[in-house]
Design a protein around this ligand. Structure first.
Ligand code: PMP
Length: 428
């Protein structure tokens, strides 16, 4: 495929935008080469600036469950835009989407809308700290909760229980309140809690990790976290920015049967517009201003265009009882097809999958946490990524990302993808 115009646009962008992108992973740093500039998208396909058609497995990193430019979502946004794009005042549609979201998600009475997943997670942690009167939080290595200071903490020798910042600009003071645990390792979490008795406000986790590839929780892990939280007066925050309204109507809580105390959302809940949200039981949410002492605000929060897109999206998902099963079936079909091709060409691999989330890792070991995800052969991944791209298939430009399956994908698209895997596997 030819990417001449994309490369020219990237060169221009780099003059005025740091690295030419407004979010780092878009820059293809992990895989090399110039990023592709999108012109438009419809259903399961992206059309780039050079006129190439690509089958899209990223879907804006999750939200396009119904496919790109879904007519109901687009119409809702156009209708609203004609009536004004922002007021900074209450509107009826905010209550309508809140009512629907609260009805779909277990364990929540109230929800507040923000503008991104980052804001949702940042606000949820502040609320947990305010509510419990404690400062420390536990997060898991390899889980991403946005780019707010408390979350930019990495594991490493000496930093297993006391985090050290992995971005300049995050202060030591902030870093030391974030304790790092290993995903799927309950004993490690218990050890951290015991060594910080009475100091931990919350545990924040992606109930199905999606930011180190797709890593489902092992049996008993989330149940164990729930029990540890309840026994130690710690709030359990499920970051459902990826899993919310994707794995089931009620997200991972519903699919896995675990109750969290605060749930964060993003992406999906805005139908592709910039939206995030966090929700909890009434007594926790009432701690927020203007009712309670924990401050949290936003000029564009509850923006009418974003609410219209989100309401259209959630209404579609809520009225289609088959969609989550159909997505999971397509993902299973893709899994089996990819595995068959990679096996036929003797390519060492492991595929992780849950619902409509899937990732391919070039290692034969089980991928259970950040360390095991990091064992994947990145050189093979780079070749795989570029090979798939040359065959018109767009997967995330990093081995640490999940592929997201959309309802717009047909079995013909899946077959085209599997065939491409076969062709690329020959070259690996
Ligand atoms: N939490 C999770 C689980 C995410 O995947 C992301 C984004 N990929 C975020 C939070 C942050 O969301 P945003 O990029 O909208 O700030």
């Amino acid at each position: 495929m030819i990417y001449k115009r994309s490369s020219a646009l990237f060169a221009e962008a780099q003059k005025v935008i740091p690295g030419g992108v407004n979010s780092p992973v878009r820059a293809f740093k992990a895989v090399g080469g110039d990023p592709i500039f999108v012109k438009e998208a419809k259903g399961a396909y992206l059309y780039d600036e050079d006129g190439n058609r690509l089958i899209d497995y990223i879907n804006s990193w999750g939200p396009m469950i119904l496919g790109h430019a879904h007519p109901r979502v687009v119409e809702a946004v156009i209708d609203k835009a004609k009536k004004g794009t922002s007021f900074g005042m209450p509107t009826e549609i905010e209550t309508q989407i809140a009512e629907l979201a609260v009805a779909m998600v277990p364990n929540v009475d109230k929800i507040r809308f923000v503008n991104s997943g980052t804001e949702a997670c940042m606000s949820a942690v502040r609320l947990a700290r305010g509510y419990t009167g404690k400062d420390k939080i536990i997060k898991f290595a390899g889980c991403y909760h946005g780019h707010s200071d408390s979350f930019l903490i990495q594991a490493g020798s000496g930093a297993v229980t006391f985090g050290s910042p992995n971005s300049p600009g995050v202060t030591k003071g902030t870093a030391q309140d974030t304790l790092l645990a290993r995903y799927n390792d309950l004993d490690h979490v218990e050890h951290i809690i015991t060594s910080n008795k009475g100091e931990i406000a919350c545990i924040i986790i992606e109930p199905v990790a999606g930011n180190m590839g797709c890593i489902p929780p092992v049996k008993g892990f989330l149940e164990g976290l729930r029990a540890l939280c309840s026994a130690n007066d710690i709030l359990l925050i499920f970051d459902e920015v990826m899993t919310g309204f994707r794995l089931a109507k009620g997200g991972a809580q519903e699919l896995l049967g675990i109750d969290a105390d605060i749930i964060t959302f993003g992406k999906v809940i805005g139908g592709g517009l910039p939206v995030g949200a966090f929700a909890a039981r009434e007594e926790i949410m009432n701690y927020l201003a203007p009712l309670g002492p924990v401050y949290q605000a936003g000029t564009l929060s509850g923006n009418p265009l974003a609410m219209a897109a989100g309401l259209a999206m959630l209404t579609e998902l809520n009225s289609n009882s088959e969609i989550f099963k159909s997505l999971a079936d397509k993902t299973e079909y893709l899994h089996k097809g990819i595995a068959k091709e990679l096996k036929a060409h003797k390519i060492i691999h492991t595929i992780n999958r849950l619902g409509s989330m899937i990732s391919v890792h070039f290692t034969e070991d089980a991928i259970l946490d950040f360390e095991s995800a990091a064992q994947g052969n990145n050189e093979t991944f780079k070749k795989f990524f570029h090979g798939m791209l040359d065959n018109g298939i767009y997967i995330a430009p990093s081995a640490f990302e999940t592929w997201f399956i959309t309802d717009a994908l047909t079995y013909k698209d899946l077959d085209e993808t599997i065939e491409a895997v076969g062709k690329v596997a020959k070259t690996l």
